[in-house]
Every structure is written in structure tokens, then in C-alpha cells.
Design a protein around this ligand. Structure first.
Ligand SMILES: C[S@@+](CC[C@H](N)C(=O)[O-])C[C@H]1O[C@@H](n2cnc3c(N)ncnc32)[C@H](O)[C@@H]1O
Length: 249
């Protein structure tokens, strides 16, 4: 983990909660594609708890991990069904702390906060939290403006530059197979419209049902995957075209 980043989330937990709990993350539309019904899911870096709450509402047996004590408190206070379901912990090192395995892991907008030299360990840890054939739904911000030469934003949070293909390779080295990949648009209100115009794609979740080429849902992403696609550990990687967690101003 990166102590400065984790401290940022603790120190600004109230602001972060207010910012994040207002809207949906956008990743929730992939839950039913990535995770079988009723699966046990771990949401790593649960933040405000918004995705965890959605998972539980959608009848997954879901738990979270969040390093910030204050964010854990706020999530449980504001989403009562999360009470008692959020562990304390950070990647890497979680698998040693959490003595159980899950059918699925959600890791949304967290990996960029992990220093490059710890990303392999973090991915390894994620694998160890999954049951055989478990699913990983991972998102990373594809672009994060305003990062300095030490990869930090103006508030000191680490934003390790990530090339999606390199991250995929890292997970593949650990035995994961990619079964889906999507790009989603920046959900923030018109922060940089010109850049978005240049990069936005049609929403892949609806397009996938029409089976286009670039963001087609693989057959393995059907709600119940055919047995041959359940071999190995699978990952589904969603990329945000732009960071949706710009600092609250
Ligand atoms: C950008 S927020 C995303 C929150 C949530 N996943 C969402 O999409 O709404 C990043 C979260 O990851 C947590 N975090 C930062 N470093 C972490 C680490 N090494 N392991 C686990 N969580 C971490 C932060 O405390 C914060 O809540």
C-alpha cells in the first residue's frame, strides 16, 4: 500500500464519502455479467460502500475491505446492511488477514493507488482470495490528469500510471484469463468535454448485447458461464476513460 494515499482517504473521509456516495460508480452494470447469482464477493477498497450496497441489494453475499476507519464507519452508518461486513486491510497483504476465499473480487479504482513495485504482490494476493474459477472484476482509471513527476495528484495521492495491457499481462502470468473488457466514459459532469468527445465510446454493456467487435461480451460473461469457460481464474477488466474521483473542490 501507499501510506500517503491511505492517509488521504482517512483524513478526507467525510468529503470522499459525500462525493462518492452521491452517484453510482458505473461498474455496477457489470456485476451480473461478471459474477454468478448469489456469489460470495469481496469488494476491495470499498470506499463509501456504494458498490457493496448494490451487490448486497442484488442478492450477492458481499463483503468489503477498506483501509480508512472513518470510511468504514460512514459506510456502515449510511448503508445499514453493510454493518459488520467491511474488513480493515490493504493490498497487498489481505489474503493473510482475511482467512476465507470468495467466488468473486471487485477491485474498482484501487489498483492505481498501489505502487508499481507492489502490484505483482497485490495481484497475487487477489488470486489467493479467490476460489478456483473465481472471478475478478477490476477497473482502473485510464487517464488521470494533473499528476506530478512522482505520480501524485495535488493532494498527495499516488496514481501509478497503468497501461491496461501490462496489467492484463500481470494477471495472466498469475493464471488469470481475461473474459471481458470494456471502456466506460467519464461519469463526472463535463470536466473536460473536449477530451471526452475524442474518446468516448458507446456504452459497451448495451452494445455487447448486439455483439459488436471491440467490446463484445465474451460467451464466458454470460450470467452462467459454460463449463469450458470456467477453467482457470478469470478476470474482467473495465477501464474508465478518465478518473471519476477528481478531488472535491
Ligand atoms: C478511488 S477510491 C474507490 C472506492 C470504491 N471502490 C469506488 O469505486 O467507489 C479508492 C479506495 O481504495 C482504498 N485504498 C487505497 N489504497 C488501497 C490499498 N492498497 N488496498 C485497499 N484499498 C485501498 C481507499 O481508501 C479508497 O477508499
Amino acid at each position: 500500500m501507499d501510506p500517503r494515499t491511505v492517509q488521504y482517504y482517512e483524513d478526507h473521509a467525510d468529503d470522499v464519502f459525500a462525493q462518492y456516495s452521491l452517484g453510482r460508480s458505473g461498474i455496477e452494470k457489470y456485476f451480473a455479467l461478471a459474477f454468478p447469482p448469489g456469489a460470495e464477493i469481496l469488494d476491495i477498497g470499498a470506499g463509501s460502500g456504494r458498490d457493496l450496497d448494490t451487490l448486497i441489494r442484488e442478492e450477492y453475499e458481499a463483503y468489503g475491505v477498506e483501509p480508512s476507519r472513518r470510511l468504514r464507519e460512514l459506510a456502515s452508518e449510511n448503508f445499514p446492511r453493510l454493518s459488520g461486513r467491511i474488513y480493515s486491510g490493504t493490498l497487498p497483504g489481505l489474503a493473510a488477514d482475511i482467512d476465507r476465499k470468495f467466488d468473486g473480487v471487485l477491485c474498482s479504482a484501487v489498483f492505481q493507488h498501489i505502487p508499481r513495485e507492489l502490484q505483482f504482490d497485490a495481484a497475487f494476493d487477489t488470486r489467493n482470495l479467490l476460489k478456483p474459477h473465481g472471478r475478478l472484476l477490476l477497473s482502473i482509471p485510464k487517464d488521470r490528469p494533473g499528476i506530478d513527476s512522482s505520480s501524485r495528484d495535488e493532494r498527495g495521492r499516488l496514481f501509478t500510471p497503468i497501461v491496461p495491457e501490462a496489467l492484463e499481462l500481470l494477471f495472466e502470468r498469475l493464471g488469470f484469463q481475461r473474459i471481458g473488457k470494456w471502456e466506460t466514459a467519464d461519469r463526472r459532469p463535463a470536466r473536460s468535454p473536449s477530451r471526452l468527445r475524442g474518446t468516448q465510446r458507446p456504452p459497451c454493456h448495451s452494445a455487447a448485447r448486439r455483439a459488436p467487435s471491440s467490446c463484445a461480451r465474451s460467451p464466458g460473461m454470460a450470467r452462467r458461464a459454460p463449463p469450458e469457460l470456467n477453467k482457470g481464474i478469470s478476470s474482467a477488466i473495465a477501464e474508465f476513460l478518465s478518473a471519476f474521483f477528481s478531488p472535491a473542490k
